[in-house]
Design a protein around this ligand. Sequence first.
Ligand code: MTE
Ligand code: MOS
Length: 761
Amino acid sequence: MNDISPTIAVHKPTPHESASRHVSGAAIYIDDMKQKEGLLHAWVICSTHAHAKLLNVDLSAVAGAPGVACVLTAADIPGMNDAGPILPGEPLLAEREVTTIGEPIAVVAAATLAQARDAAGLARITYEDLPAILSIEDAVAAESYVVAPMLLKRGDVDTAMAAAPLRLNGEAQAGGQDHFYLETQIAQAEPGEDGAMHVFSSTQHPTEVQHIVARLLGRPLAALTVEVRRMGGGFGGKESHASLIAGMAALCANKTGRPVKLRLVRDADMVITGKRHDVNAKFEVGYDADGHILAMDMEIALRCGNVADLSGPVLTRALCHADNAYWLPHVRVRGLAAKTNTVSNTAFRGFGGPQGVFAIEAVITHLAAALGKSADEIRRVNYYAPGRDITPYGQHIGADNLPRVLAELETEIAGRREAVAAFNASSRLLKKGFAVMPVKFGISFNLPTLNQAGALVHVYTDGSVHLNHGGTEMGQGLYVKIAQVVAEGFSIDLEHVHVSATRTDKVPNTSATAASSGTDINGMAALAAVSTIKGRMAEVAAARLESVPEEIVFARNRVYAGNRSISFPELALACWADRVSLSATGFYKTPEIHFDQASMTGHPFYYFAHGACGVEAVIDTLTGEARILSANLIQDCGTSLNPAVDIGQVEGAFVQGMGWVMMEELVWDGQGNLKTHAPSTYKIPTARDVPPVFVTKLLENAPNAKPTIFRSKAVGEPPFMLAIGCFLAVQEAVAAAAGWERALTLRAPATPEAVLRALRG
Ligand code: MTE
Ligand code: MOS
């Protein structure tokens, strides 16, 4: 059917479907739902030791406390005590041993939240401490890993290294990051008839919540329904860790027969749930006098915490992004998944990509410093180019929009480098730095199976449309984008498409909304459902309009056969009258992709998203304080489905990335206690930190070379890595003040302390 008018709904800057409800407070999150009769509130009793045997867990005082309906330990789990999303052996509630502070040992449910919290304080737990591994270094020294080391390689690194005219060694480190979603983790479980349960979960992955609750309760999947209308942010933190919260709520609901809500308060959320993996990278590079990378040998070690969770795939993506935008003829990247007695780190926007990109950008910086050239010159000679366009894992780069992005950026930032140099020549205490940061990010889940989606579309007899799909809404604008796709498909105004909560009983067996591919895959699934319904409607229209289905055109709320037409609602009613189904499911699987995890080769990404930015930073050499003065961003969103939402995603991702590399610092003490578990001690960027000059543009006239949904490109994660440019600009400023030898010691986040340490040595 070649009847899609390209302009009724897609490619328009339509507001987020909940925008006015978000700002007026009318959007209903799980904690805002009308309180159910008999609702219990839960609280988690956690380990206070990093690694210890549980000698005795005495919960008698908890059980007898006012208002308490139940307190459950591992022994009370009717099914399997395992919440591992990929690998088995990740208990929900600790049994004989605890392996991190914050590990749940028991969960208590009481009539009020205060009663649950007070009761939890009465638990008497005795521990026998065991040796704890807290740092990446100690884990690597002990060969303590959550998954086996990985090796990504191409060519003959040793020979190329030995033959290279120049060689250098270096390292790079970046800290972790808390997701700091505005809505903390929450679930409400409501027992139904006959062993059924309905779970409201703030999750990016309703199907996984369904699986893990089923496993814990020993119930069939069909007995469980998981629903999520919206999250107050997820950022990867609600991909696998939401099932821990839902699992504990479900256990209490199952035990008591009453609805149970578990909402973590901020401090508990920060201690109990995982974060971005902090990274240590070490490298040796063989290069020539022009700065060409001839051989690269790198080791990337991530702090994974006490269990594997998603760390295997996160590490895989880190390795698959250790090239960023550069051609590496001979390369070996070893990946180490350090197992430590700290909270299990998990998905976070970029999913390992940022760590890999951070590492190779450090290589670029080291080469520039060693050769006395600008980082831009080093980048220029190393970018992927025709004939030098195969990634280390063997995928051809395909359509490469980075040269266009960079060319446009150069006109945006013309004169900035010179202005910064002039400023530095005359300023003693304040020093500026300027950096350009390119990003290439692979779109698709590395594991091919996950690249599938489903949708369910109903047309009612008044022509209004009900839309459901497997993707979840966490603020990123997925719901409005898919509604735009459906409106476009039927060629009706967007207001006729009603989005509904994501539910496992409407669209089953879904993937997480993650890897930035929510729109790509759910949009295609929704469009497939629309096509099915339109095919049936076209037959009815043809009969009514005395034409043939092939001649029927859906356009602007009407359906045409030549000059004759009827309105879309009239046709919907006519279909019903003719006993034609107006409901269909749609399904999509991403084509072309494959990946062999053992050899780390294949074609894991359907396409790449490109972006670049220019960032100007200033540091105060007396206090170490750094500020970003300007940022010019250009992101390739293909033909954007919704430029307003996409620009919001680019801006938001950049500011969140700024937080990672500039200010958000997780501090643990020597016993493994997280000391920064509230906004009082953990500094996230706020409106004041947004650069005063902040210009975001989408690459124009850049339809995706692949036939993605209306030729758009994914946007959720790629621009996060642009913010690494903030770190690089600060590093340039440190170099301007104290020389490159000092500047290369800078660690992320570039807090005032870190900048001072780098300046003073
Ligand atoms: N934007 C908002 N506002 N809130 C979020 O939680 N999560 C990010 C990104 N943008 C997030 C967000 C992450 S980690 C991913 S993977 C994508 O959105 C997921 O949504 P998408 O696949 O629909 O882009
Ligand atoms: Mo995003 S880290 O893939 O949820």
